[in-house]
Ligand binder design. Structure first.
Ligand code: EPU
Length: 356
């Protein structure tokens, strides 16, 4: 079993040898999946809850603005960060309880999200298999209610444990209190920058609960004659689809979908259909979603390069760093795309990535 999925109790050896240290002028290029270079005025890694106590009392923490970082897979550093960057390395996955139907799992925020998916599917549990290979850490998952292939975190989340940054007070947010929406939560809105998420608790099913609502996933299973007998079959299929469509950040810098998909009202869709009869759209809970990848492709940007940056050739929603790009260049490209889509379709694109 890889170290990353060891239960909390078995991590003591690592914790004993660990000492938290606040560094100055730290380069963040290896800590963001875009791979852009930016410096943090102060930088610290936290690996256990005791570190958090020490951190809240440190003068660098009290005096500076703060940024909590997980896998760095949803941020774009457009300039240096004039404050303290806190890298969350809080590790541990534990089973809190179980009955004949379900298992309650608590996972620390610094775990890699995909390792948690692996942990659950290897134990035959259902609930997050459709979310396989989403980059980033567990702590970042509730921030934007991560979702893919017909599922999102909301389906399994029970609660979120967080620290209020200004007081150091711990608070448990129920799922309802998290106000989860499409790529959205209270932590991106009302409570933006106010809480640090350090653990989440999920309820997973022991009973089969396959979610094959997403057409692309269904088609992949049919094409490859895969009979779904367990949740791993689904997570494996999702891994295959993602690998075939989305660039691996280890090979080419990117942060997954750079923009959110666009929501429109029925009347807006009707109007768009007059000019673009083939416009794709999805209806979810009476909300009409237009794939931004299609809009960007129609605006002529798919596969385009602009200096060191560009739009991915297989998924236009993904902006890439072809090497040596500055965050600013990616932002300039994003703004050009926003302007072109606005001009062509009258629709406003919203970044999904957190711009720093
Ligand atoms: N499309 C195009 N051209 C493109 C890309 C997409 O025309 O270059 C159109 C096609 O009509 C396609 C449709 O968009 O059928 C949907 O594409 P896809 O299945 O790839 O999904 P998406 O809506 O583009 C969303 C998520 C992805 C997630 C997939 C699968 C957002 C912003 N993105 O993309 O999430 O993996 O669905 O569920 O909701 C991420 O958040 O980083 C991410 C990759």
């Amino acid at each position: 079993m890889p170290y990353d999925v060891l239960p909390i109790a078995e991590r003591r050896e690592f914790l004993y040898s660990w000492r938290m240290e606040i560094r100055k002028d730290h380069n963040l290029s290896k800590l963001n999946t875009f791979g852009v270079s930016a410096n943090a005025k102060f930088f610290v890694k936290i690996a256990n809850e005791a570190d958090l106590g020490k951190l809240f009392n440190a003068p660098e923490f009290k005096k500076n603005k703060k940024l909590f970082l997980g896998g760095g897979s949803n941020v774009l550093f457009t300039k240096d960060f004039d404050g303290l960057v806190i890298l969350n390395k809080l590790k541990g996955i534990e089973v809190l309880s179980e009955d004949s139907e379900s298992v309650i799992i608590r996972c620390m925020g610094g775990e890699i999200w995909h390792d948690l998916v692996v942990f659950t599917v290897e134990r035959g549990l259902w609930g997050i298999e459709n979310l396989a290979l989403i980059p980033g850490t567990v702590g970042a998952a509730p921030m934007q209610n991560i979702g893919a292939y017909g599922a999102d975190l909301k389906n399994t989340l029970l609660n979120v444990e967080a620290f209020e940054i200004s007081t150091g007070q711990k608070k448990i947010f129920t799922k309802e209190e998290c106000e989860l929406g499409y790529r959205d939560s209270i932590f991106k809105n009302k409570l933006k920058d106010r809480y640090f998420i350090f653990a989440i608790t999920l309820k997973l099913s022991k009973k089969e609960k396959k979610n094959l609502t997403y057409k692309v996933l269904q088609e992949h299973l049919e094409k490859n004659k895969i009979k779904v007998k367990n949740s791993k079959h689904i997570s494996d299929a999702v891994v295959d689809i993602r690998r075939s469509k989305l660039p691996d950040p280890k090979v080419i810098g990117n942060a997954g979908s750079f923009f959110k998909n666009v929501f429109v009202k029925p009347a807006e869709l009707k109007k768009l259909q007059e000019t673009y009869p083939d416009i794709p759209y999805f209806e979810e809970d009476e909300i009409i979603k237009i794939p931004t990848g299609w809009l960007i492709e129609q605006a002529g940007w798919k596969g385009k390069k602009a200096g060191n940056v560009g739009v991915h050739e297989k998924q236009a929603l993904v902006l890439v760093n072809h090497g040596g790009a500055k965050g600013e260049e990616i932002l300039i490209l994003a703004n050009k795309i926003i302007a072109d889509v606005k001009e062509k379709f009258g629709l406003e694109l919203m970044p999904e990535v957190n711009l720093i």
